[in-house]
Design a protein around this ligand. Structure first.
Ligand code: OGA
Ligand code: MN
Length: 277
């Protein structure tokens, strides 16, 4: 078989995978471990116009879980990423995806990686943008690394939803708080690989023990530095593209698109393997 290769898509994040097709994605037994290693190195993997069906995406996700040492179990389910409430009853919450975030930031153990495949595209907008939180950490000065290494950040679903819907009623806010309780995480995630990343995004509300406004301003500044345009890979989707991102070390967001466009992406998540610590 020809070699599978990765071609970098930007300086700090993203690589295109070349040499994989619909058959090889499941038949090449060496591919899952290769993908995990290449994902660790690049943060995002792009398989252009792979056009796999849901069962193949689920089976490949399961192989990635197993290659990562997770016990073999059920293949993960498909979650529909669409603003059409007929296709996803929680579509309203997905408006939060227009803001930089990591998936499951209020969980104890966020998912390890996310696989997203394109089934219906919007005629305009709807690109997905990625920025490396490893690069964001590496960019800090030694003094900042020292100082920020001590901080803990409160992550809240309410905070993220409020950014997407600033005119929410008190009832909505109370519902969001009760639906998903807030969670404190260290600002710096020390991974078992030895690398460090910043934990930021729309859920990051304020800094524990710091003046509220000062903490908010720090989080805004760090997010802004981490996602400067030259540090971002923008994925312009074609039908059938599969994109995988390292959800522990990469921020992502969707560029705005028309909710009536029918845009429909199919997502699977890999089992998280490390708490934020
Ligand atoms: C997600 C997500 C962005 C997009 O699936 O978690 O944030 O572009 N998707 O749909
Ligand atoms: Mn997301």
């Amino acid at each position: 078989m020809s070699e599978v290769t990765a071609k970098k898509l930007s300086e700090t994040v993203g690589a295109e995978v070349l040499g994989v097709d619909q058959d090889r994605i499941l038949s090449d037994e060496a591919l899952p471990a290769w993908c995990l290693k290449t994902l660790e190195e690049n943060g995002v993997l792009v398989f252009r116009e792979l056009n796999i069906d849901d069962e193949t995406q689920r089976a490949f996700s399961q192989k990635l879980n197993e290659a990562d040492g997770a016990p073999s179990g059920e293949a993960p389910p498909i979650y529909r990423i669409t603003l059409d409430p007929n296709l996803n009853a929680s579509a309203e919450y997905l408006k939060g995806a227009f803001l930089w975030h990591i998936d499951g930031a209020t969980d104890d153990v966020p998912s390890k990686a996310t696989l997203l495949s394109a089934h219906v595209l919007s005629a305009t907008g709807g690109e997905t943008e990625f920025a490396s939180c490893y690069a964001a950490y590496d960019d800090l000065s030694d003094e900042e690394k020292e100082r920020y290494g001590q901080l803990r950040v409160i992550h809240s679903f309410e905070h993220a939803q409020l950014l997407a819907k600033p005119d929410a009623t008190d009832e909505e806010r109370a519902f969001w708080r009760q639906r998903t309780p807030e969670k404190a995480h260290p600002l710096v995630w020390h991974h078992h690989t030895g690398r460090c990343s910043l934990v930021l995004g729309a859920t990051a509300s304020h800094v524990e023990g710091m003046d509220r406004e000062e903490g908010e301003a720090l989080l805004v500044e760090l997010l802004e530095r981490s996602t400067r345009p030259e540090r971002v890979y923008v994925h312009e989707w074609s039908m059938g593209d599969l994109v995988i991102w390292d959800n522990r070390g990469v921020l992502h967001r969707a560029a705005p698109y028309d909710p009536a466009s029918g845009r429909d992406m199919h997502r699977t998540s890999l089992i998280g393997d490390e708490p934020i610590q």
